[in-house]
Design a protein around this ligand. Structure first.
Ligand code: E4P
Length: 217
């Protein structure tokens, strides 16, 4: 499973990238707001750090305007994936931009039918939002499994980019189901390293080591 980092925080991206943990990046208007930076500038900087796909989201609502915005975002760097919402106009935009050879990430997906439409419109990535479905007491992970089955049934090439990943548990479940990609905030990727028995075991080793009175260096 590929790891995309869900942030526009350049320092956090660079730290994880140095560890080989970054296959791509996703941003959205809320994350751009959080960064406090200009969308074009910050996206350009991210693309200079990460060689994999970097999603930059359009903010227009009509297809013509989304297409124009998408072309401008795609001109930032060759590894831009234009992110469009899963609306009818977003699907039209997806068809046009993917036909022009750009990567397209169709976002705000909450159903299998929406994922089917995105695949037929030529999406490179479909972004089903796990956490936001869990937030309303639906099963976000069930949607990832259902889309996996539907895409496999018909050999769709659109990659399942599990989004709105809020916990390390979400990450492992996505990997078990076979999501192609998951995008998670840096804090969740770091939390994947944690285990209470690792902490407990290390604590015991440190105590026993101190009792030996030895040093390695
Ligand atoms: C990424 O593509 C999505 O915009 C993001 O994962 C949404 O996450 P959230 O539901 O935690 O805001």
């Amino acid at each position: 499973m590929k790891f995309f980092v869900d942030t526009a925080d350049v320092a956090a991206i660079a730290e994880l990238n140095d560890l080989g943990m970054v296959d791509g990046v996703t941003t959205n208007p809320s994350l751009i707001l959080k960064s406090g930076r200009d969308i074009i500038e910050v996206t350009k900087e991210i693309c200079s750090i990460v060689s994999g796909p970097v999603s930059a989201e359009v903010v227009a609502l009509t297809a013509d305007e989304m297409i124009a915005e998408g072309r401008k975002l795609a001109a930032i760097a060759p590894n831009i994936a234009v992110k469009v919402p899963l609306t009818w106009d977003g699907l039209k935009t997806c068809k046009v931009l993917s036909g022009e050879g750009f990567m397209v990430n169709v976002t705000l997906c909450f159903s299998t039918n929406q994922a089917l439409l995105a695949a037929k419109a030529g999406a490179t990535f479909i972004s089903p939002f796990v956490g936001r479905l869990d937030d309303i007491n639906l099963d976000g992970m069930e949607l990832i499994a259902d889309i996996r089955q539907v895409y496999d049934n018909y050999d769709f090439e659109t990659q399942i980019l599990a989004a709105s990943i809020r916990s390390a548990n979400h990450a492992s479940q996505c990997a078990l189901i076979g999501a192609d990609v998951m995008t998670a905030p840096p804090s969740v990727i770091k939390a994947m390293a944690n285990h209470i028995l690792t902490d407990k075991g290390l604590d015991q080793f440190m105590k026993d080591w101190a009792k030996t009175g030895q040093k390695i260096i």
